[in-house]
Design a protein around this ligand. Structure first.
Ligand SMILES: NC(=O)c1ccc[n+]([C@@H]2O[C@H](COP(=O)([O-])OP(=O)(O)OC[C@H]3O[C@@H](n4cnc5c(N)ncnc54)[C@H](O)[C@@H]3O)[C@@H](O)[C@H]2O)c1
Length: 253
């Protein structure tokens, strides 16, 4: 009989850090639910993962819609691992961020994380096992100019993570957070390529912030996420792992 793989759901898995994480989880033998709002990118990602020999399924959904998120708990069988990674970035100071922007960024970045956790926690609780990583940002620790709503949403994610770790630890569920620093994703690479800027130049342009003199690759964030959900981190819960090349120590970004 074919062995049933453990299953992970990754939100925002059709791009960037989420996609790199989906690939890492598949490399570790998990089946992955590719949950993302971008229908075309989900289809392409699932195709790529399956072509690489992995088990992957599409879940096209908006994390800010709690009813759509419930599907994570009902449609795909047992979810052993959740990576709540989907996020959007907005700019604006507190005085020039309008209501719609607040609602949108909190809806996706904060309530979206809660919606997805709420969908999978009952199943994890029944099985008395599970691991969740929520993706915050080093902006949650340092702040950044002109990013009031984003920074607040990402700080909120850390509070939510601690609350869930406290609530669910006795049920065998670990909940931790990752705070990435600047990470060069395909989105950045494609955007700058249109201006004639190569990937190598892009890494040089973003080298000033941290102690390692370079931005991160998505795979470096995925490695840290995998560590936190793996058995190597079996005694770690309620923790925030900052993966920013020392950027927060150097004063942020
Ligand atoms: N890239 C960075 O420099 C950086 C730094 C710190 C934190 N982060 C955080 O890491 C996470 C991933 O960032 P990334 O750079 O890989 O972003 P990205 O834009 O490459 O990917 C984000 C993915 O989330 C999906 N998404 C957006 N809104 C959604 C919604 N409402 N429902 C479902 N899916 C949705 C998008 O379609 C996309 O596929 C985000 O939470 C981001 O805030 C990124």
């Amino acid at each position: 009989m074919a062995q049933v793989s453990r299953r992970a759901a990754v939100t925002g898995a059709a791009s960037g850090i989420g996609k790199a994480t989906a690939k890492r989880l598949i490399a570790e033998g998990l089946a992955v639910i590719v949950a993302d709002i971008n229908e075309v990118a989900v289809a392409n990602t699932v195709e790529e993962l399956i072509a690489g020999g992995g088990q992957a399924k599409a879940c096209i959904m908006d994390v800010s819609d709690s009813a759509e998120c419930e599907r994570l708990g009902t449609e795909f069988g047992e979810i052993d691992i959740l990576i709540a990674n989907a996020g959007i970035q907005t700019t604006g100071t507190v005085t020039d961020t309008d209501d719609d922007t607040w609602n949108q960024v909190l809806g996706v970045n904060l309530k979206g994380v809660a919606n997805c956790c709420r969908a999978v926690l009952p199943g994890m609780s029944r099985r008395k096992a599970g691991a969740i990583v929520v993706v915050s940002s080093n902006n949650a620790i340092c702040g950044a100019p002109g990013m009031a709503a984003y920074d607040a949403s990402k700080a909120g994610v850390l509070g939510l993570m601690r609350s869930m770790a406290i609530e669910y630890g006795a049920r065998g569920i670990r909940v931790n957070a990752i705070c990435p620093g600047t990470t060069i994703t395909d989105y950045h690479i494609d955007r700058f390529a249109k201006q004639g800027i190569t990937e190598a130049q892009l890494y040089e342009m973003t080298s000033a912030g941290g102690l390692l003199n370079r931005a991160a690759a998505p795979e470096e964030i995925a490695n840290a996420i995998w560590f936190l959900v793996s058995d190597q981190a079996s005694y770690i819960t309620g923790e925030t792992l900052i993966v920013d090349g020392g950027g927060s120590l150097a004063g942020g970004h």
